[in-house]
Design a protein around this ligand. Sequence first.
Ligand code: G3P
Length: 216
Amino acid sequence: MKFFIDSADIEAIKALSDIGLVDGVTTNPSIIAKSGRDFKDVVAEICTLTDGHVSAEVVATEAPDMVREGRTLHAIADNVCVKLPLTLEGLKACRILSAEGTPTNVTLCFSANQALLAAKAGATYISPFIGRLDDIGLNGLELIRDIRLVYDNYGYETEILAASIRSVNHVRDCALIGADVITAPPAVIRSMAEHPLTDKGLKAFMKDWEKTGQSI
Ligand code: G3P
């Protein structure tokens, strides 16, 4: 399973990269606004931190403008993946950019039918939003399960990039279902290493080691 970091926080991405936990990065207009930085500058800097795909989202709503913006974003670096909304115009732009060999990520997916359309448009990734479905009382993980089944039924190569991940349980469940990629905030990825029994066990080992009076 690939781990993408859902953030534009350079220090946080670097720290996880040092542990070998960054296979790519995803951003969206809200994440860019939160960074307070110039969009193209921050994307360019993130692209130097990973060889994996860095998703940068278009903001146009008509296909020709989306394609133009997508080409501009992809020109920043070879590993820029153009993120497009799951609208008919977004799908049209996805088909054009994918045919040019540009990696694409179709975002704001909330149904298996939408995911099917993205695969038919040649998307590199589909981004179903788990947390936002949970927020309105639906089951985000059920959507990941459905898309996995639909894609496997027809052998689509579009990768399932589980997004809007809010907890370590989301990550575990996505891994059990077989999502290809998860994108999560740095804090969620870091929390995956935590377990109270690990802390307790380590404390006991350190205490017993001290008693031996030895060093390594
Ligand atoms: O990047 C898309 C997605 O991961 C957003 O997550 O928490 O804003 O629903 P969230």
